[in-house]
Ligand binder design. Structure first.
Ligand code: KDG
Length: 320
């Protein structure tokens, strides 16, 4: 039996600056497990659905750290490969500089185990018997083999009627040009059922930041649900019949990285559990908000009960 939600992508070690400011002055770093699709798998599991991760890690201490963490969270690791030829990828996080409350990522992942993901890592039966397959625009940007693995996984999902969830997550440093990103990602979007994106990615993909045009364009491409994350302006979700809006929740930002994955993982879980578009969006917003209050992408991923507590709190004190 496959898990309900299967994700594909590079697991990374995140070294997060304990103090704010330029990294050249930072002397203390905290180690966390990260990687967009890894975080989604942990998020889904924390909220009570089975999840599984397809990835490669190095045969090193960081690879062991990732496996221990993900397994400890209850994610199925039967499709996590240990690659003896390449190290586990890492990245550093610089916080609060040059833009207060924003973070910058510095990758050390070229040639990493995760970037060597390839079609041979994809077991079509594993994906084909899940309910949802989730991937982001990061995975096909890693290498030609990782791109082919992504396409093979999508094929397995589509031919078995597994819902495809896709977060555009365009990381310009991983793409040589925007054109490459568009050429690679548009065919994925055509196969997507639940799409997460933001205005920064939409301008690359569609040349517009207009909400209505973004939503209509993706629905016209065959996407069932479009979710537009607009940061401090809240989030929108739309299908062919309904539209929902979630206001941003003002909060102290320690490190915004990982919010999008908490958001996606919670939205997917809520939809699979049969919740409405609106309720799924409100829950996703709460999860994304909680994650930015701490360093690390996965530590503050909420359980269902944590989200319920927040919903009560917000509805009792709507203005706080
Ligand atoms: O979404 C957060 C991720 O960006 C972070 O964990 C690192 O996966 C990562 C990436 O490739 O940027």
């Amino acid at each position: 039996m496959s898990p309900t939600v299967v994700t594909l992508g590079e697991s990374l070690i995140q070294l997060n600056a304990v103090t704010r400011g330029p990294l050249r002055h930072v002397t203390l770093f905290e180690r966390h497990v990260a990687g967009a699709e890894t975080t989604v798998a942990v998020c889904v599991r924390r909220q009570g659905l089975d999840s599984g991760l397809i990835t490669r890690v190095g045969d090193d201490e960081f690879g062991k750290c990732i496996i221990n963490w993900v397994r400890g969270e209850g994610v199925d690791i039967s499709h996590v490969k240990i690659d003896r030829e390449a190290p586990t990828g890492i990245y550093f996080v610089q916080r609060g500089f040059p833009i207060p409350s924003k973070s910058k990522m510095f990758y050390y992942r070229t040639g990493s185990a995760g970037s060597r993901l390839s079609p041979e890592d994809i077991d079509p039966d594993y994906i084909g018997s899940a309910k949802v397959f989730h991937v982001t625009g990061i995975t096909p940007a890693l290498s030609e083999t990782a791109k082919n693995a992504t396409y093979k996984a999508l094929e397995a999902a589509v031919s078995n009627n597994v819902s495809v969830s896709f977060d555009t997550n365009i990381r310009p440093v991983l793409w040589k040009t925007n054109e490459r990103a568009v050429k690679t990602l548009m065919p994925i979007i055509e196969k997507t059922n639940i799409l997460f994106t933001d205005p920064t990615d939409a301008i690359i993909l569609l040349g517009t930041t207009d909400q209505d045009t973004i939503i209509k364009s993706f629905l016209d491409m065959g996407v069932d649900i479009v979710v537009l994350k607009m940061g401090e302006r809240g989030a929108l979700a739309a299908d062919r019949n309904n539209r929902a809006f979630a206001a941003p929740i003002p909060v102290y930002v320690e490190d915004p990285i990982g919010a999008g994955d908490a958001f996606a993982g919670t939205f997917i879980t809520s939809i699979v559990k049969g919740r409405s578009l609106n309720e799924s969006l409100q829950r996703a917003t709460i999860a994304g908000t909680l994650v930015v209050t701490v360093r690390g992408d996965e530590e503050a991923l909420p359980t269902e009960e944590d989200i319920d507590t927040n919903i009560k709190h917000i509805s009792i004190h709507p203005k706080e």
